[in-house]
Write a protein that binds this ligand. Structure first.
Ligand code: ZN
Length: 339
């Protein structure tokens, strides 16, 4: 009960990449970069286990960014000529590559990290991939001319990689869809269709993570405009409840999401965000257990997985490490309290 897990990303060590950045530059090249990616992945497997987490991830140490890390292994994308594009409905500008030809995988995308993860922990492992709608919102289209057509093309590629990750021994494959909270209509219709296409044929557990983004300034400013109740989930959860996706990762602690919206996910496992990634204040186990207690009003205890609100990539390594410990300790406390 209350198996603890992180949303996905963790800070990169300073010898791997620039720290506290969303699109950091690598500090190494060639073979040395490959070795540094492996070492950082191993480091975070160890630190997640030491903290006491029940489900372990790769911490996304081998990808520069959660979307572009996947795109780098796709043919038909021009990475040489990036353009500035307003993403997440213009919330902030990003330098994005352009889709210029039919999309095709160059080969495996994440075999290195997934196989390393499987070889170095006996615990259950979760692996994250960007979701189709969020990819479409983080790349410029010069070829497909239709968001839906391009999302479905990406869904095919994600499906190929997801099936390969499953064969590597991954227990849970999670698609990250922060853009679901921005394009509510698209998410509830073709966004979920594309997600199910990406998950087709998987027999491992499938999940989707929907959030209000990393703790970067543009996101903090955006949250100020959302009013005292954040009801974006209300538009998407009913359709998601009817889908074949089995788990949903959502924000809870310190967000203005009404906890009762979790009740819309009947029949799904819920990864409840009990750790705030937009604050450097480390939660106490007591606070974590309290958040779990609140969520239990709306989520059955056998379906509740304490999690972080979002990824921790832009945070300091020390704080992320302390928050992992608070997450595991809080889950343990909740087990004694609510068993
Ligand atoms: Zn997130």
């Amino acid at each position: 009960m209350f198996e603890s897990v992180i949303a996905g990303s963790l800070p990169k060590p300073s010898w791997l990449a620039e720290t506290q950045k969303l699109w950091p530059q690598w500090q190494q090249q060639g073979e040395a970069l490959l070795q540094a990616k492996k070492d950082a992945t191993l480091l975070w497997i160890k630190l997640q286990e030491d903290a006491g987490l029940d489900i372990i991830g790769d911490g996304e140490q081998a990808r520069q960014h959660f979307v572009h890390g996947f795109l780098e292994q796709v043919e038909g994308i021009d990475f040489e000529n990036k353009v500035t594009m307003g993403i997440r409905n213009g919330r902030y500008d990003a330098q994005v590559p352009q889709v210029v030809a039919p999309l095709k995988l160059k080969g495996r995308v994440h075999a290195l990290e997934a196989q390393l993860l499987r070889a170095h922990t006996k615990k259950k492992i979760k692996f994250t991939l960007p979701g189709p709608l969020t990819i479409v919102d983080t790349v410029a289209d010069r070829f497909y001319g239709s968001k839906v057509a391009m999302a479905m093309a990406f869904a095919e590629l994600l499906n190929q990689e997801a099936l390969a990750l499953q064969a590597d021994g991954v227990d849970i494959i999670q698609f990250d869809e922060p853009a679901f909270n921005v394009y509510l209509q698209d998410a509830a219709t073709w966004g979920i269709d594309a997600l199910e296409r990406a998950a087709r044929g998987l027999t491992c557990t499938t999940a989707v993570h929907i959030c209000y983004g990393y703790g970067i300034q543009a996101n903090l400013d955006w949250k100020q405009t959302l009013g005292h109740e954040w009801r974006q989930y209300e538009a998407v959860f009913p359709a998601l409840a009817k889908s074949s996706i089995q788990q949903v990762s959502l924000e809870c602690y310190h967000s203005h999401v009404p906890p009762r919206l979790m009740a819309l996910l009947e029949g799904k496992d819920v990864m409840v965000g009990v750790i705030d990634v937009a604050s450097d204040v480390v939660e106490t186990p007591e606070q974590v257990a309290e958040t779990i207690g609140k969520a239990l009003q709306f989520v059955p205890k056998q379906r509740l997985f304490p999690c972080t609100n979002c990824g921790m990539a832009p945070m300091s390594r020390e704080i992320a490490q302390a928050k992992l410990k608070a997450l595991a300790d809080g889950a343990a406390l909740a087990r004694t309290r609510y068993a």
